[in-house]
Structures are given as C-alpha cells and as structure tokens.
Write a protein that binds this ligand. Structure first.
Ligand SMILES: Nc1ncnc2c1ncn2[C@@H]1O[C@H](COP(=O)(O)OP(=O)(O)OP(=O)(O)O)[C@@H](O)[C@H]1O
Length: 240
C-alpha cells in the first residue's frame, strides 16, 4: 500500500538547509497498524505529512497503492487525499462554531452531497463513535476525548483506506488516551491501515509495528508477533 525508497527531505530556511529525512526505506502493507516514534525533531511529522501528500519530498520515491506520488499538481494531490486518506491531529482541528454533526459532515459538503444525506451519514459515524447524543453540541462543550472522536468520525466519513494520526492523544489524559486508542484499534481491525505518530509508549505499544526514527533515519523497528515484541535494527542506519 505504501512503498518508500530512499526518501530525502530538506527544509530551506533562511539559515542553512535542514536535512530532515535522510534516506527512509519503508514498506507498509494494507491493514497494518503502525506507529512512528522518535525524539522531537527526528522527522516523524515530516514523514507522516509526506505519506499524507500534505508535503513534498526532494528525492527518492513514494508509491501509494502503486501510484508514484511525485510532482503532483495540488488537484491531483487532493484527489489522492480525498480518496485514500483520513487525517487526525493532536489539536482536533474542529470548527468551533459548528456542532459535532456539522463538523463530521463537512467533507461531504465539499463533495456536494445534499444536506439531508450528509447529516444522515454523519450521524451514523457519530453513533459509531458513541456520540449520537452529542451531535448538536459545539466542540467547546465536549471533552478532549469526545472532540478527538468527532475528529475521527470526520476522518472516516469519506471511507478512507488509511488513517494518519499525528499525536492523536497528545492533548489527552491517560483515561481518554485509552478511549481514543480503542477507537483507532477497532478501525484498524476493520481493515483500515493505521499510522500513528506518537511520543507515548502506551500508544506505540498498542500498535503492531513501531518504526523508530533517529535524526531523520529509521534506527530500528519493532514488530509484535503473537504478543511478543521483536526488534530489528536497520543495518543501513548510520549514527552521526
Ligand atoms: N515547515 C518547516 N520549515 C522549516 N523547518 C521545519 C518545518 N517543519 C519542520 N521543520 C523542522 O524539521 C525538523 C523535523 O520536524 P518534525 O516536525 O518532522 O519532527 P518530529 O519528529 O515530528 O518532532 P516533534 O515530535 O517535536 O513534533 C525539526 O527540526 C523542525 O524544526
């Protein structure tokens, strides 16, 4: 589903160019449950943003479902994003003056689905998140965990094949973290390829595969095999 080869990315700031991803090789198959970990600044969000076609890369290749994601126009990139990917962010990114139902329904508004139909579908997704009774509440009337579940419902309304979540529990306490992770785990069990950037051990350990970045390279990865974690060092990793 996702094939990345020798991916490099630099940011060109006023100071020296910042080489953030330094030759990432990564294969993620359909239905995998993956977390990306590493210290602050190791390139986790940059990698996730490239996978989500929110950002471009300098060299290497990225194939999504067999299509080379390189040099796309904004319209082409938006097409892939809309067809394939649902995004979940730490800060929820909900619209504060719209209620939960309207927030969830928003992607269908852009797809020109009628108000009646999009409200019915949005309600189904809210119901799945256990939030039917909160449909007409504004985000600021909801807890962090509820807001994140609204955001996940919104991400799911376009039937994405992949969920990309950047620190989805970063703003939550441990009880609500558990609640949100249960939701993401269940979506993965339904077959959604799920990739989570996280600092939190409890979150990465809930996934089946941990990709650990260091200084823009994959240092090692850990796979859960029958409940046992097996760690493989990346032999190409070169410490600086
Ligand atoms: N748009 C940008 N322009 C310039 N530099 C950037 C930009 N985005 C990220 N960076 C820099 O690139 C490096 C990697 O950032 P990135 O956000 O990918 O790391 P991260 O591992 O996700 O960190 P964190 O855990 O703190 O979110 C950091 O040094 C960051 O300051």
């Amino acid at each position: 589903m996702i094939t990345i080869r020798q991916l490099h990315k630099s940011y060109h700031t006023e100071a020296l160019p910042l080489h953030v991803l330094k030759g990432i090789d990564l294969q993620i198959d359909k239905g995998e449950y993956v977390s990306i970990t590493g210290a602050s600044g190791s390139g986790k969000s940059t990698l996730l943003n490239i996978i989500g076609i929110l950002d471009t890369y300098d060299s290497g290749d990225y194939y999504l479902n067999g299509s080379l994601i390189k040099g796309l126009s904004e319209t082409e990139a938006a097409h892939y994003r809309n067809e394939m990917i649902g995004f979940v962010f730490q800060s929820f990114n909900l619209i504060n003056f719209k209620n939960a139902l309207e927030n969830v329904a928003l992607p269908l508004y852009y797809k020109k689905v009628s108000r009646k139909k999009r409200n019915i579908i949005a309600m189904e997704h809210l119901d799945k998140m256990g939030l039917k009774d909160w449909a007409h509440h504004l985000p600021n009337e909801m807890s962090g965990g509820q807001k994140q579940r609204v955001a996940i419902a919104r991400a799911m309304i376009s039937n994405p094949k992949i969920i990309l979540a950047d620190e989805p529990t970063g703003a939550l306490d441990s009880t609500t973290t558990k609640e949100v992770m249960e939701v993401l785990t269940n979506l993965n069990k339904e077959g959604i390829t799920t990739i989570i950037v996280t600092h939190e051990k409890s979150v990465s350990e809930a996934t089946n595969r941990i990709i650990h970045l260091k200084d823009g390279m994959i240092e090692y990865e850990t796979r859960k095999d029958n409940g046992i974690h097996v760690t493989t060092q990346n032999l190409n990793y070169q410490s600086l």
